[in-house]
Structures are given as C-alpha cells and as structure tokens.
Ligand binder design. Structure first.
Ligand SMILES: Cc1ncc(COP(=O)(O)O)c(CN[C@@](C)(CC(=O)O)C(=O)O)c1O
Length: 401
C-alpha cells in the first residue's frame, strides 16, 4: 500500500507563486511586481559591487568550508548587532544582546517563534493586519498562537493608528507584538516617530514584548541608522525585545540566506543563557548556518571602504525605487481623469506600494495586462522601471474602475 498517495497538492505560495506564474507568461510586455526583489532600470537582478569585491577577497584568501558553530560566524554576529543597535549603543557595550546567525529573515523569525513556543507557552503574538504573507505560516508551523492588530485603514489608505493602539492595549499582558522595523510589508506605511513613541508607551504599560522584523534596514530610506531608529528607540527605553534581521534586500544576498535573531535581555548573564538556548533550538532544526554570505557581510562591514561603498549602493537602490514611485504617481495623476487622489503612493516607503486593487482587479492586471502582483493589492516597485510606469499606470486605471 502506498503511503504518499494520500498527500494532496499544496496551493502555490501567495508571493513566490506569483513569480512562477510570471515565468510561465510568454508575453514580452509582462512585468513581475510580485516578489520583493530589487531589479535595475533594465529589470535585471542586481549583485552589489561590494558583494563582488568581498567575494574576490575571500577567493584570494582561499578560506576553507568547515562547519560554522551552531550560532554562526562570530564576526558576522558582532557586526550584525552593531549595525542594528549602533556600535556605540550601551546595550552592545553591556553585552546584553544574544545574537545568533539565522537562515535569513525567515529562519530567524522561525527560531524566535521556537523560543516563544518553548519558554512562553500560551503567550500570543500580535501581527499587523495585513502583514507579510509568511508570518502566519511561521507561527502556525511553530505552534505559536497569533492574532491581528488593526494596521491598514482602507478609507484613508493610511495607518489605523487608534485601532492599532486599542488592539495592543487589549491584548493579554505579556503578549509579543510583531512590528515591522521599517518599510512595512505589504502596505509601505510606517508609523511616524511620534507614533512609535506612543506604541512603545502602550507596550511598556502592558508589559508586552516588542518583536521587530527588520528585513529592509538601509533599503527603505537609504540610511542604515534611520531605518533602525524604531528599534533603537525601544532599546533606549530599557525594554527587552527580539529583532529578526535579513540581508536579502539591503545587501542583495537573497539566495545566500543570511540573517540573524537578536534578543535584547536585561543582563549580560541572561543574554548568555538565552544564546545557549537559541543554539539548542537551531541544532536540531538546521545544525549550523551558511558560511559564504556571512563572510560577505563581515567583510563588507569590517572593511571601511567597502562599508562606505555599500552605503552608497543602498542609497542608489532606495533612490531608484523612490524615483519610480514618483513617476508612477505622475503617470497615474495625469492619466486618471476621475480626480482620484493617488498621493498615498508617495507617502508609502520601501519596496512596496499597496494599491487598493482587490483580488479580482489584481487578476485583471495579470490576465489582461501581464502585470504580476500579489492578490492583496501589493506591487513591488523594485520590479518597476521608469520606462514601464506609463504602461503600469494604464493597467492600474483600467483595472481599478
Ligand atoms: C517583512 C519581511 N520579513 C521577512 C522576510 C524574509 O526574507 P528572507 O527570508 O529572504 O530574509 C521578508 C521577505 N519578503 C519578500 C521580499 C520575499 C518573500 O516573500 O519571501 C516579499 O516579497 O514579501 C519580508 O518582507
């Protein structure tokens, strides 16, 4: 008797499945605005110059490929925590951050979820509505209960701040609050600095635990420090918190699977003990993380001229996305005679724009216009060239009404 016969077909992933549909489309007008992966003006994937330089260095050194320790490359773990909090942050000097290298952002979120499941049984994680499609999968598979806090307000195409605060306030004491450090996915709507202060207030009042997902540091505004300001604000208040990091977007290391989980504790001793338990969770899951990309990060950050060139390249990538955002807005405003206000597109930050196109309309985008996007109405501006903005504006207007 066959044991696998009974296994049913899984549905395509809401985000990565869009790329599969895009690849299957033979129309040369096709545009992939699904997965959040940076493309150049020629719509080609981009390997940063500093990555190539670091790899040449590494090749010359002829390093071996021995296992990394469970916690990953020490030099990487050092620089990733310093990039996040700032090298001169007291939490770094006081050694209160437990950092281990994770399998990019996803794997780091998953390790954090496993820590929550093991040490905070019954605690819930609050996630924004909407949020990155894979968050629910990660917590479901880690058997961590979650529920949503209001975030996106379709009426204002902005942040439902009062709803967010109300829901965080109403959550059981000691809940984990998952927050996008910058460049909220999928909405592109971030709280203002004043709103971050209020979010920190309510989290402190309720003894909740902030849990940041930082997948776009430096890629959203172009500045590593600016994009980390929400995390640093909470750290400066003396709060314990978790932060998952990813180098997929800001260093273009998508397929190298490089990230980290950081747990800011109240003492160095606690951080040591937390790190030991993070290792115990990682060992049976994947044993130890990939070495190549970790060395790239350690070299890029550790070598001053590479680090400053990286910052220039991040500003270039963020700048290109800002300019196509502007061009798309200009095309839409000029072409749409209905008088609709499209300025929400300019107010959004990072890789994505939340267009307000629903599932049916997004299907019209792909079926009729060969523009591929996620069904929740998100488009990745990273996949858009200035030359294609007119075409995209036509597609959006045709699908919107
Ligand atoms: C908020 C957020 N967290 C974590 C990740 C995980 O990225 P990593 O595992 O590659 O480090 C992504 C990537 N989200 C992408 C860019 C790709 C994806 O869905 O995996 C997206 O299109 O939303 C993300 O947007």
């Amino acid at each position: 008797v066959s044991r696998f016969e009974g296994i049913t077909m899984a549905p395509p992933d809401p985000i990565l499945g869009v790329s599969e549909a895009f690849k299957a489309d033979t129309n040369e007008l096709k545009l992939n605005l699904g997965v959040g992966a940076y493309r150049t003006e020629d719509l080609q994937p981009y390997v940063l110059n500093v990555v190539k330089k670091a790899e040449n260095l590494m090749l010359e050194r002829g390093e071996n490929k021995e296992y990394l320790p469970i916690e990953g490359l020490a030099a990487f773990n050092k620089v990733t925590a310093e990039l996040l909090f700032g090298a001169d942050n007291p939490v770094i000097q006081q050694q209160r951050v437990a950092t281990i290298q994770g399998l990019s952002g996803t794997g780091s979120l998953r390790i954090a979820a496993a820590l929550i499941e093991r040490y905070f049984p019954g605690s819930k994680v609050l996630i924004s509505s909407p949020t990155w499609g894979n968050h629910k999968n990660i917590f479901n598979d880690a058997s961590v209960p979650w529920f949503e806090y209001r975030y996106y307000d379709p009426k204002t195409v902005g942040l439902d701040f009062s709803g967010m605060i109300e829901d965080i306030k109403a959550a059981p004491e000691g809940s984990f609050i998952l927050l996008h450090g910058c460049a909220h996915n999928p909405t592109g709507i971030d709280p203002t600095p004043e709103q971050w202060e209020k979010i920190a207030d309510v989290i402190q009042e309720k003894n909740h635990i902030p849990f940041f997902d930082v997948a776009y540091q430096g890629f959203a505004s172009g500045s590593l420090d600016e994009d980390a300001s929400s995390v640093r604000l909470f750290a400066a208040r003396g709060m314990e918190l978790l932060v998952a990091q990813s180098y997929s977007k800001n260093l273009g290391l998508y397929g190298e699977r490089i990230g980290a989980i950081n747990v800011l504790c109240s003492s160095a001793d606690a951080a040591t003990r937390v790190k030991s338990q993070l290792k115990r969770l990682a060992r049976p899951m994947y044993s130890n993380p990939p070495i190549h990309g970790a060395r790239i990060v350690a070299n890029v950050v550790g070598i001053p001229e590479l680090f400053s060139e990286w910052k220039e390249e991040m500003e270039m990538m963020a700048g290109r996305i800002k300019s196509v955002r502007q061009k798309l807005y200009d095309s839409l405003s000029r072409k749409d005679k209905s008088g609709k206000d499209w300025s929400f597109i300019l107010k959004q930050i990072g890789m994505f724009s939340f267009t307000g196109l629903n599932k049916v309309k997004s299907e019209n985008m792909s079926n009729k216009w060969h523009v591929y996007m996620t069904k929740d109405g998100r488009i990745s501006l990273a996949g858009l060239s200035a030359a294609k903005c007119e075409y995209l504006a036509d597609a959006i207007i045709d699908s919107y009404y």
